[in-house]
Ligand binder design. Sequence first.
Ligand code: MUC
Ligand code: MG
Length: 385
Amino acid sequence: MPRPAAQIDAIETRILDLPTIRGHVLSMTTMHVQTIVLVTLRFADGSIGLGEGTTIGGLSYGAESPESIRSAIDTYLAPILMGQDGDAVAARMAAIDAHLVGNPIARCAVETALWDAKASRLDLSVADLFGGPVRHGLPIVWTLASGDTARDIEEAEKMLEARRHRDFKLKIGRRDVREDVAHVAAIVRAVENRASVRVDVNQHWSIDQARWGLAALEEAGVTMAEQPVAATDLPAMADLSRQCRLAILADEALRGPGDAYRVARGRAGTALAVKVGQSGGLVRAREVMAIGQAAGLSLYGGTMLETGVCTAAAMQLFCTGPDLEWGCELFGPLLLTEDILAQPLQYTDFEIRLPDGPGIGVALDLDKVDAFDRERGSTLHRITA
Ligand code: MUC
Ligand code: MG
């Protein structure tokens, strides 16, 4: 009997270590390398699907690490998928969900690969499968995080000059609050009337530090503050959302629709950072957006500093969904000395463009994938019969 065209024949995972263009200084870690898990699904008809599971700074950002993402896929998710019909994406994810708690980034990586392959087999884009694009580009934020004020200002000037970015996010929370406020205020002054500035504290402030720090940042002209206090402290996020004029963005607090519901119900933010990895995949990210929209919260397209693979997948979704009032920060490929795509994503006129073509709209440069592969080899589940 012929095998169904979309039968899942092989699942391959690889860890890639990709150097960054400069140190990226966050409150919880300094990145010099971004480590990603690349997932390739292979199907009976020769089609393939790409997915990516990426976090930040090992275990310093969240509960999944690159190694745990790969191990979750190899040990638990791959055996559930092997030999099954890859066109039935919802059924495949339901089978996975029967055996999976948490691990949203691992879940996202395999779901993305299923969507990429299904759309490619139909000669459609993933955006088409999600209803078709309502826009083809999004305003793109850049993170200034060299750790040095003068260098950040120089970098901002270059981005403005190149018409690449005019919205900047500053990573703060590592230094004393007063030093952080002085650093941010200097950058706001330097780009005044030409660019907007927002901050991301990555949970590092206490409520008292946040109350004082946010008032000072508001005074300096900052437009938005991302996850100023612990993700678990929804009441503190709600207090700050009521007290501040600047937007308060929930980020680490959002690991899928359930969290989005709790944040919306508790008004624990005025805006949501929608991250496809952190949400558990494209469908759940769309649900996060719908919950935010229904609750009257504004939306922002977030990133885990992924390569072009997950960045393209996120664009497929963000270009179909509701308005992203705060734009997006899908600049991950630009933070890497080299991305792994055959054709780079387009960043032009302060926007990232939706890639054309079937699936998520990108193909790999396999020489680069090999060059950055941590082990120069992959874990492969393959049907041999
Ligand atoms: C985060 O916390 O939002 C996104 C941009 C950036 O520079 O870091 C990430 C993570
Ligand atoms: Mg953040």
